[in-house]
Ligand binder design. Structure first.
Ligand code: NAD
Length: 280
């Protein structure tokens, strides 16, 4: 297939490489000259979507996705082409764009992903997809190159809702683990020993099984996911809660803790848990 990848950041570039590796003819574009330089070996064009049979978006927020959607329509993909939006955005965005693209004889799938840059490079992402079954089938050749699990959550926007729910859980579990491990340390047991215990017990989560050992205790902080992106996802969760009867008190605390953390936007998101764990 001729595939365009718009947004060649931490996620988009390894996904583009996977698509190339699967035998697709890939063209890409990113607004940032630095990211275009990083994309050696990829055909680069501002109108990469022209004539493409599939367009994958991996963009930082709703505004970028809405702008890219206009650029895709202007470029003119192949008749019947599918847009696969892997960005984490509000469900309003695919709900607005799916009918608009259908009118143009094109398809739009919200297909946010979980698994980070390492999962993108290995092709082991989980995709949370929203769209009609027929539209999802058109996206499958693209999704199968980047993901080992494709969950069809529901109609347009359902994938976006699932991803927001997923990341609200990630943000909550990380802070819960940080506070609990701080309690253990203050009571005289270090994090390594605590993790060995809880990871063999029922208190475990991705925060205790992955984040703390791989990125926090090792000191690597190289997950490839920034505090700024997590704060964006939590703003999406707060907006979704406002539109649907409100967030619970625990979620409100989580929103505030991430927003008020002194960790800079560009820093690895695990630093937010680290600062809580170290001194609170
Ligand atoms: P990133 O900031 O590394 O990459 C986004 C890229 O989009 C940047 O290089 C930017 O220059 C480019 N861009 C912005 N507007 C553009 C436009 N209109 N046209 C072309 N390029 C444009 O972000 P990322 O970490 O790759 O994340 C991308 C999306 O995937 C986000 O929505 C994020 O929440 C989500 N996500 C990230 C991870 C992760 O671990 N990094 C995991 C799952 C989901």
């Amino acid at each position: 297939m001729r595939v365009a990848v718009i947004g060649l950041g931490a996620m988009g570039l390894p996904m583009a490489r996977r698509l190339q590796g699967a035998g697709h003819a890939v063209a890409g574009w990113d607004l940032s000259p630095d990211r275009r330089d990083a994309a050696q070996g990829l055909a680069l064009a501002e109108d990469a979507a022209r004539g493409a049979e599939a367009v994958l978006l991996s963009l930082p927020h709703d505004t970028a996705v809405l702008a890219a959607a206009e650029a895709v329509l202007a470029a003119g993909p192949a008749p019947g082409a599918v847009v696969v939006d892997c960005s984490t955005v509000s469900p309003e965005t695919p709900r607005r764009l799916a009918p608009r693209f259908a009118e143009a004889g094109l398809a739009w799938v919200d297909a946010p992903v979980s698994g980070g840059p390492a999962g993108a490079a290995a092709g082991t992402l989980t995709v949370m997809a929203g769209g009609s079954p027929g539209v999802l089938d058109r996206a499958r050749p693209v999704l199968e190159a980047i993901a080992s699990k494709i969950v069809h959550v529901g109609g347009p926007g359902a994938g976006a809702v699932a991803k927001i729910v997923n990341n609200l859980l990630v943000a909550t579990h990380l802070l819960a683990a940080a506070e609990a491990l701080r309690l253990g340390r203050r009571a005289g047991v270090e994090a390594d020993a605590l993790l060995a215990a809880v990871n063999g017990g029922s208190g475990r989560s991705a925060a205790t099984e992955v984040n703390f050992p791989r990125w926090i205790l090792s000191g690597s902080f190289d997950s490839g996911f920034t505090a700024g992106l997590m704060r964006k996802d939590l703003r999406l969760a707060a907006a979704l809660a406002d539109a649907t009867g409100g967030a619970g008190p625990l979620s409100e605390l989580v929103f505030r803790a991430w927003a008020d953390s002194p960790v800079p936007e560009a820093a690895d998101f695990n630093h937010v848990a680290e600062t809580v764990w170290r001194d609170g």
